[in-house]
Design a protein around this ligand. Sequence first.
Ligand code: ZN
Ligand code: ZN
Length: 273
Amino acid sequence: MEIVFLGTGSPLPDPNRAGPATLVKAGPHHLLFDAGRGVVMRMAAAATGPALLSGLFLTHLHSDHTTDVNDVITTRWVMSPVENPLRIVGPKGTTSYVDRTLAMLSDDVSYRLAHHEDLTWAPPVTVVEAADEIVFEADGVRVIAAPTDHAPVHPTVGYRVEHEGRSVVLAGDTVPCEGLDRLCEGADVYVQTVLRRSLVEQVPVQRFLDTMDYHSSTHQTGETAARGGVGRVVLTHMVPAPFPGTEHEWAAEVAVAYDGPVVIAEDLLALEV
Ligand SMILES: [Zn+2]
Ligand SMILES: [Zn+2]
């Protein structure tokens, strides 16, 4: 497998970090986890695109993880020469979210249907609402969903991709919890969206301080990784984005509980698993 970190940012706009989105290439399948700001541009940079996806997997419906779902849907639709249904998996509420996204796109859909004689179908999308189950299985690739804890955002899910005896966990935004522990058990790579408490605490803005109670801190990420015995930890969606040259400080906080390798992701970083 290969993981390509398409977007490693957070809601805070950053010229160097697109919104949260991670691509996993497993066997013949391209699987996209979340679709934040700029995801289709980053997919182009990674030599892939929405038309090639076997599935889009949403961890939750927070805007930073979903702003460009509409771009994934539209770009796949207009760039596919035949009907090419997009499978979207997400927590309960995803069906309604996708229906409302398609409604938002209805002007554009009507223009293109009227203009292109060979385009006779609206964007085909199938939605699977996931809680705690296998959500994708084909060609030896399996994706498992499990509930996470990002309260008051509820429900939320994390995912584990398995292929040829290797495994990758995409935790999404969550504090440590039982569902996350199950996903991480023995995983080769554990990808966690993360917050550095010692920095966030210094910002005297309540709306920013509020984010501490529903994200895993660097220390908590290390504890989850140690409990699961994972092979490697990758930090993404860092809040706030690390100042260049301070990445080792983030890794050191994870290493308080976890003694394996820690990687700080940046956009378009590709890792073999
Ligand atoms: Zn979130
Ligand atoms: Zn987020």
